[in-house]
Every structure is written in structure tokens, then in C-alpha cells.
Design a protein around this ligand. Structure first.
Ligand SMILES: NC(=O)c1ccc[n+]([C@@H]2O[C@H](COP(=O)([O-])OP(=O)(O)OC[C@H]3O[C@@H](n4cnc5c(N)ncnc54)[C@H](O)[C@@H]3O)[C@@H](O)[C@H]2O)c1
Length: 250
């Protein structure tokens, strides 16, 4: 099981789960095209990767909400890198407020980053994958899709769209040697959680729901991504892999 030598597009690579996973891919000998719009976080990723002498990090600053700009930048980079073997659609925004307070434009802004930018990524990557008869697409979903969590309606809808695209793409791209899966993280203690008013109560809530009685760590995501991106997962497509400590079971 190896992703050595593969070229991986990872959107939102400088985030809480993305940064450690990117370092993991580099250690495994992959080239990672690491896309994020946050310059400071991208610089922290470059710093963190400096000590790793395997793999190759290609940081790319881009705002995914500018779909045309992203398409142009990504096309140029993909050509320079000789094509993308693996696409991980991971970047996401997650505003939180009651449904009544969202405008349609608010919904569309979330879809643009969480879903439409992933469509752009696949449009750019697919011709190379198809030509070489091998490719991996992994869409990052969310446990919130299963329970329909309150105050997150645009986000939950965007994750549902990604699960739908996973199935449609899997059916369509299988003949090209390209598999498409979703990875659905459970509740990971990243920065987003730090704003919770009762951190200890929230941890109790998470552990009560999980079968595995420890909090998840980014390495749990990185290991599952590596597997889905590898040859070993070549007969798995159209699935949603829940990496959530045994919380959701369907
Ligand atoms: N952390 C969790 O517990 C959890 C749970 C379920 C699902 N997820 C999913 O996992 C993925 C990663 O989550 P995370 O916790 O690392 O989140 P995060 O917010 O730490 O990382 C997301 C990254 O995307 C980048 N990004 C946001 N908007 C962008 C834009 N317009 N252009 C370019 N980059 C942009 C951010 O700068 C950030 O670095 C997301 O898809 C999220 O929905 C996370």
C-alpha cells in the first residue's frame, strides 16, 4: 500500500486535518499540491514540511470561491506537474446560524467552496487520470450529514452534494480506472471545536457516541486517505468511509 511517487491535489491542505495529512503524504514520498487561501497557514505548512526530506510540497495559494481563477491556476500547476493522480476535495467553510438567518446567497457561497471548487478540481484532473487509466478522487464529507446537525444547513447540504457526486462520479469514471470515494470524519478536536462553550461536556458527548473511547486525531484521517489513494483500494468505489471511532454505522 503506497502513494509514493503519486501527485496529490489537496485542497484546504493548511487546515486542522489537512496539514498533518499533507506531512504524512510527504513522508510517504508523494508530491502534494497543497492549496489554501490562508497565507499564514500555508506558510506554517511550508515550515512544518521543511524537515521532511521525502516527497515534494508544492504550495499554491488560491481562493476556491473564485472558480475561474482556481481553474486557471490549477490547470497551469497540473500541467507543470505532469498531471494529478489523486484529488482530495477537503477545503470547506462551515458558517453556523439558524436556517432563517441564511440568505440564498449564503447557501450558494458555501456550495461554491465546498462543492463547486471540487467539481473544478475534477474537471482539471480527470483527462490525465483517464489517459493513464488510473486515478483516485476522495471527497471529504462529514458526520453532520447523517444526523442533520442544527444551524449548519448550507454545510450539511454541501456534504450531501459531495456524497451524491461521489456516487455519480464513481459510476461514470470506473471504466477509466478511476475510483471515487467519500471519507466522512467524525468529531476531531481541531480549532473549530475550541469555540465550543463547554469543551469538557462536548468531549463527553463525543465519547458517549463513539464506540472507540478516545478522541480522533489527524493521523486517523491521514491513514484512511492513504489507503483510499493507494492501489490496495482499487476495488472500492462509490463508498463513504466513516472515520469516526465507530459512531455512525450505516
Ligand atoms: N474537524 C472535524 O472534526 C471535521 C468533522 C467532519 C468533517 N470535517 C471536514 O474535514 C475537512 C477539513 O476540516 P478541518 O477541520 O481541517 O477544517 P479547517 O477549517 O481547519 O480547514 C479547512 C481549510 O480550508 C481552507 N479554505 C477555506 N475556504 C477556502 C477557500 N475559499 N479557498 C481556499 N482554501 C479555503 C481554510 O483556510 C482551511 O485551511 C473539511 O471538509 C471538513 O468539513 C472536519
Amino acid at each position: 500500500m503506497s502513494i509514493r511517487g503519486k501527485t496529490i491535489l489537496y485542497t484546504g491542505a493548511a487546515g486542522g486535518l489537512g496539514l498533518p495529512a499533507t506531512l504524512h503524504f510527504l513522508r510517504e514520498g508523494a508530491t502534494v499540491l497543497a492549496v489554501d487561501h490562508d497565507a499564514a497557514k500555508l506558510a506554517a505548512l511550508v515550515d512544518a514540511a521543511a524537515g521532511i526530506d521525502a516527497g515534494h510540497l508544492v504550495p499554491m495559494r488560491a481562493d476556491l470561491s473564485d472558480l475561474a481563477g482556481f481553474h486557471a491556476l490549477l490547470s497551469a500547476q497540473a500541467t507543470a506537474l505532469g498531471g494529478l493522480d489523486v484529488v482530495i476535495n477537503n477545503a470547506a467553510i462551515y458558517p453556523s446560524k439558524p436556517f432563517e438567518d441564511y440568505s440564498v446567497e449564503d447557501h450558494q457561497a458555501v456550495q461554491r467552496v465546498n462543492v463547486d471548487a471540487g467539481i473544478v478540481a475534477v474537471q482539471v484532473a480527470l483527462p490525465h487520470m483517464r489517459a493513464q487509466g488510473w486515478g483516485r478522487i476522495i471527497n471529504i464529507a462529514s458526520i453532520t450529514f447523517y444526523g442533520g446537525w442544527a444551524n449548519l444547513s448550507p454545510y450539511v447540504a454541501s456534504k450531501g452534494a459531495l456524497v451524491g457526486l461521489t456516487r455519480a462520479w464513481a459510476r461514470e469514471f470506473g471504466a477509466y480506472g478511476v475510483t471515487v470515494n467519500a471519507l466522512s470524519p467524525g468529531a476531531f478536536p481541531t480549532d473549530a471545536e475550541k469555540i465550543h462553550p463547554d469543551p469538557e461536556g462536548y468531549t463527553r458527548f463525543v465519547l458517549d457516541h463513539q464506540s472507540v473511547k478516545r478522541r480522533g486525531h489527524p493521523g486517523d484521517i491521514a491513514a484512511a486517505l492513504s489507503f483510499l489513494a493507494s492501489d490496495a483500494a482499487g476495488f472500492i468505489s462509490g463508498q463513504t468511509l466513516n472515520v469516526d471511532g465507530g459512531w455512525v454505522m450505516h
